[in-house]
Design a protein around this ligand. Sequence first.
Ligand SMILES: C[S@@+](CC[C@H](N)C(=O)[O-])C[C@H]1O[C@@H](n2cnc3c(N)ncnc32)[C@H](O)[C@@H]1O
Length: 243
Amino acid sequence: MHGVGSRNKLRASHARLYPGSGMLDRLGRAICTAECLPRKELHEAWEMATRVRQCFTGGRVVDLCCGYGLLGQVMLLLDDSLTVAIAVDVKVPPNHGLIHQAIAEEFPQLRGRVRFVNAPLQGIDIDADDIVVSAHACGPLSDDVISTGADRHARLAVLPCCHQYRRRADLAGLPDPALAMDIERAVLLRARGYRVWTPSIPVEVSPKNRLLLGAPASRVVVDHDDAAASQVSPSPAWWSQMA
Ligand SMILES: C[S@@+](CC[C@H](N)C(=O)[O-])C[C@H]1O[C@@H](n2cnc3c(N)ncnc32)[C@H](O)[C@@H]1O
């Protein structure tokens, strides 16, 4: 079984899973040639990037805790108005170049627009015009991503995972302490003047599927705001647990 949430690596023979002419299928076939990316990482990046694209456009995309850096690259493919992707990881995987080359072969517009940085996210320069994205930055790393972006008033998109709530006595007994932690993150961002959206990616792609998107309220323009509100389902179940 090789579903969209599979951790098995995409091999050349899996190109048959991506037969069409749309962008996801072209991307899928390209990545199959590199033979090193777990299938779920392609679909997580795709699902997250398509949702971020509905809310944010323009500027640089800074992919923190990037692994292979696929998220930032998919963002570039989906939005011509993005200038470059900066892909940051404290330990960029050795095969990141294979993946990038394979994608750039199919989508030459990416050439020269993706920079990998082998460094901790905590020292990275972020601008107010950047879109900071991060998929599955484990546990408190997600908080580091959020504070790094929010300190610079950047737009933010985080897909948290590995919530560490065992030492949080105040959350003991709650039906879903991980959800409570994500709500805390959203509330914190609101207190910092952010407008927050909370869509999800499909659970078949990842059970850690809650997305937190935020932008300084002062830079959310009316048309953009309406578009985001209509295209991103705001997951009322999240907010109903805030009280
Ligand atoms: C679970 S992986 C997620 C990778 C990728 N975003 C994805 O969705 O497949 C978490 C990544 O965070 C990186 N990481 C851990 N601590 C970091 C730090 N302080 N700064 C930057 N990256 C870090 C790890 O090397 C690892 O690649």
